[in-house]
Ligand binder design. Structure first.
Ligand SMILES: NC(=O)c1ccc[n+]([C@@H]2O[C@H](COP(=O)([O-])OP(=O)(O)OC[C@H]3O[C@@H](n4cnc5c(N)ncnc54)[C@H](OP(=O)(O)O)[C@@H]3O)[C@@H](O)[C@H]2O)c1
Length: 257
């Protein structure tokens, strides 16, 4: 296990559930001090107690990341972090034209605006200190258009594009950006997105602990992009070979109920 993260300080968004909670647990096992962010304070408190058993400090900072004031407040309170895990995110499954605007708006606010704003708030201090790691959690949905997940997939394509560019911009200043692209993962994501899990999803889903491990190891190696699992990596690669419109039609048949 790499010692790279021991004694460092990481802020993890979306730490109350799923992939974010497991990233926090595994960073704690590696000796990283933590700031846990999400809206559900009770869950953050329970996770902080669990993480402290590994001898690290774990603070909680309940916040709604859709609120820009909350983001600025986080940056003011925790300006010295070494590692930013931009994991909080949500999906909304269903026909674009029938999805309530409020859901689409919130998804863009969390998946794109909050992730970009937090990165913009924390990256300059990391660059000044000459060391930093930023993880942006995208998805295999970043590699292609997905009907019925049209906005979600578009937000993740944005995350992949942003992270790849920032890695090239900031690496010379010691700040490396890793875009983690999970495939289907067993978390609360599907319930919140209102998608009934198909047999395919049930069969192919990875655990959030596996995805967290792959993401942290990729970040430790300074990799720009990490896709979780061989099957997902093959799927992501295959999208380069198929015309975009054909890939979208195939995706529609796979995801539609
Ligand atoms: N599960 C999958 O199949 C899958 C696949 C590819 C990518 N991903 C991505 O992985 C990331 C983590 O998702 P997950 O699968 O672990 O889902 P999850 O279990 O639903 O966790 C989502 C996390 O985001 C937080 N969050 C949502 N809205 C927030 C807000 N407004 N302010 C603060 N925190 C907020 C939630 O905390 P609160 O509700 O407590 O605020 C929760 O901790 C997401 O970016 C997701 O898009 C998931």
């Amino acid at each position: 296990m790499t010692e790279l993260f021991r004694g460092r300080r990481a802020l993890v968004t979306g730490a109350s559930s799923g992939i974010g909670a497991d990233i926090a647990r595994q960073l704690a096992q590696r000796g990283t001090n933590l700031i846990l962010v999400a809206r559900r304070a009770d869950r953050l408190d329970a996770l902080a107690t669990e993480c402290r058993l590994f001898g690290v400090t774990a603070e909680t900072a309940p916040a709604d990341l859709a609120d820009p004031v909350a983001r600025v407040d986080l940056a003011a309170r925790f300006s010295d972090i070494d590692i930013l895990i931009n994991n909080a995110g949500l999906g909304a499954f269903g026909p674009f034209a029938e999805t309530e605007w409020v859901k689409i708006d919130r998804m863009i606010a969390v998946n794109i605006t909050a992730l970009t704003h937090l990165t913009h708030l924390f990256a300059p201090a990391m660059a000044r200190r000459g060391w930093g790691r930023i993880m942006l959690v995208a998805s295999t949905a970043a590699f292609q258009s997905i009907p019925l997940y049209a906005v979600y997939a578009a937000t993740k394509a944005y995350v992949l594009s942003l992270g790849t560019a920032l890695n090239a911009e900031l690496s010379a200043q010691g700040v490396k950006t890793t875009v983690l692209c999970p495939g289907t993962t067993t978390t609360e994501f599907f319930e919140i997105a209102s998608q009934k899990k198909s047999a395919f999803i049930e069969r192919s889903a990875m655990t959030s602990a596996e995805v967290a491990r792959i993401g942290i190891e990729g970040m430790a190696k300074g990799r720009g992009t990490v896709v979780s699992g061989v099957a997902n990596a093959a799927l992501a690669f295959s999208t380069r070979l198929a015309p975009r419109n054909l890939a979208a039609r195939i995706a529609y048949h796979v995801v539609k109920p």
